[in-house]
Every structure is written in C-alpha cells, then in structure tokens.
Design a protein around this ligand. Sequence first.
Ligand code: PGA
Ligand code: ZN
Length: 421
Amino acid sequence: MKIQNIYARQVLDSRGNPTIEVDVFTKSSIGSAAVPSGASTGKHEAYELRDKKKAFHGKGVLKAIENVNGKLAKKLKGMEIDEQRDIDDAMVKLDKTDNKKRLGANAILGVSMACTRAGANSYNLHLHEYLGALYGNKEFVLPVPFANIINGGVHAGNELKFQEFMIAPVKAKSFSEAVQIVSEVYHELKKLLEETYGKQATSVGDEGGFAPPINTPEEALDLIEAALEESGHKRKVRIAIDAAASEFYDKKTNFYEVGNGKHYTASELVEYYASLVNKYRIISIEDPFHEDDFESFAALRGKVAGKAQVVGDDLTVTSVERIKHAIKMGSCNVLLLKVNQIGTITEAMEAAYLAQTNDWSVMVSHRSGETEDPFIADLAVAINAGQIKLGAPARGERTSKYNQLLRIEESLGKKVKYAKF
Ligand code: PGA
Ligand code: ZN
C-alpha cells in the first residue's frame, strides 16, 4: 500500500500554542497525528521549528508545515506505508542535520506518527498492535501510570522548584483500578488544598496537577502523603518526582536552589534526595541534576539503589548516543521516552530497545504542551514500557491518554496484564 498524499495543518496545543497535525493517505487508509511540545526542553533535544514571526508570538509552525506539504510529501509519495524504517530513514537523510534543524523535528515527527496510523488502518489493526509488530512484540502489558498531581517549576505559577510530584499506583491490580486510585487521590488532594490554603490553591499547572502556593519539596510531599492516607489507597501507591533540575541549577555558581532557602552542591543534593527517599514513599526520581551531569546521576543511582529508580529525561533526550553514554556511566536505570525529543518513531523505538536490552526500564512520556492525540498510550503498550507519564487525571489532553489505555485494556480482554513494578 503506497503513500499517495501527505498534508499538514496548524492546530493548537494544550497551552494554546500552534502545533502540527499531519494526515497521511494511501489508497485505502488515512492516518492522522498531532505533535506535542515541551516547556522545560532539554538543550540536546531535536529541533522544534518555529516561524519566529509576529503571528502567535513567534510560535507559528507554518514553515514546518510547508516542509511537510512540500519536500517531505514529494520524497515519500510512492513509498510503502508499512516500511516505517525506510520512511523515517528517508526523512532523516533529506534533513541532513544531526538535530533535524533543516526540516524541523516537529514536521518529521508528525509525518512519522501519521504514517504508523495509516499503516495500522491499512491492515485493520489497532495502533498498539501495529506499533507492537514494528517493535517485534505481541505480549502486551498495560503500563503503571505516573500521575502528576502537584505542578511546579516552569509548568506552574508557584514557587516550587521541583517540576513534578507524581503518584504511581504500583500495587493496583489492573490499569482501570490504577485510574480509579489516581482520580480518587487527586480529588482528596483537592479537598485538602482547599481546606488548608483556600480555593485559589486548587488552580492547576500545565499538566493538570495542582499548583498550590507552597515552596519546598517537603510541603508537596507531606500534602501527597496526607491525601494518600485520606484516600485509603496508601499501600498501593508510591510517589515519584521529576526535579527537572536544569531549571534550578545556577551555571555560574554551580549550586542548586530547591526552594528551602539552602544552596546545594551536586554532592550535597545527592544526600538531600537520599534523605527524601528515606522519609517519603518515593520510588522514582527524574532529572535530579542538570542535563550534562552524568556523574552525579550515577552517584545518586548508587546511593538509592534498591529503593528508588533514577530516570533520565533531559540527560538522555531519547537519543541512542546519549543513552549509550548514560549506560556506560551507570547514570540511570530508566529511560524517559519522548517521541519529539528525537523526531521519528523508528529512532524512538531504537532508543527504547537499547534501554530495555541493558536492563533499564522505559517510561513513555507526554509533554507539558500536549494535544488530544493519544498516540503515546498505544506506544507504551506496544513496546511493553511498563511505565507511562501522563500528567493529572484531568484536562482533555491528559485524559485522552488515560482513556485510550482503558480502551486498550478492554480490547485485550482475558489476555490483559498490568505491569509489575
Ligand atoms: P516538558 O516537561 O514537556 O515541559 O519538557 C516534561 C518533563 O520534563 O518530563
Ligand atoms: Zn522531565
């Protein structure tokens, strides 16, 4: 089944900024997909092409759209829709740069994602089945959702330095039970915030988690522990942090400021994280140090071994090269997988495979700027990631992923499994 046409349009993401939606047509099928966008973007990520003109405060994506409708469409027309690797290779070669700067990673990713949907539709398969076939996997496992219920950092208007405080129902029996737990804890927390700080404290950040007027990691963690206690689900749930530390690292002084008035060197920060892991039910810490500090990641990984996992996001940026270095250094044991950090589905799968074959886990992740497209839900199941970061169980761009996972769970019937942690 050959690609007949490719067409891109400008639509809005969840922050109200423009992004790309792509349609790919074969004789018998259509596939559409929309591209997400980060705010605490790693400096080693693939290049997001923006117009930098007056419209949309410079954030228009018309140039990227022109690249899809022009150069990319011309190159890919006539290619077989199920030859995903060839399609992605052709786009990478046409771009010629190592960070997809010429055509834009957003342009290339939109086409790559939409091709997999058109491919799935042409075979009458669910997207997770088709992506699973591309990955060589048929044994599907529903991932543990990591639900971001308190937002800070660049995602919120409060003073919290750590970007994300998440809950993970690791001991739920099924994905649907996990969703119920996450929703109930989210609402317990809302009640608690309203009682403690007043109604204003229940406004939310970019990923749908609450953005209360608090300053320190301990305040956020105490609130979550209290909400867990109230909910009755405490035994089934653990806590995860994404510090997104590049955002509160001072390059000039080499210090980190976590919101408690103290300044930490990297080695002091290792001790601080370890003390949080000992005090709270934390099982996962993402980006604990700035995006080039492979050594401190490794120090923390050693320090909290057996208690908490260390997740690479800005450090590894879904790039095989950087993941190889992190493996060599022993920096992490979980890869955060964001498709727009690298720009094609083939390369994202290569990154996942490298991680999984080196005893790392994979946590598939949304971005803070999302769309209604639930693509990553199917991807997480297809590659047996076991973990997925979806934001709060609220706001349409977040619930679209939870809800797609509920549909996939239902479609798997008796074969369904929930990830072990
Ligand atoms: P971003 O945040 O999408 O703004 O980069 C998500 C993350 O850091 O994991
Ligand atoms: Zn992150």
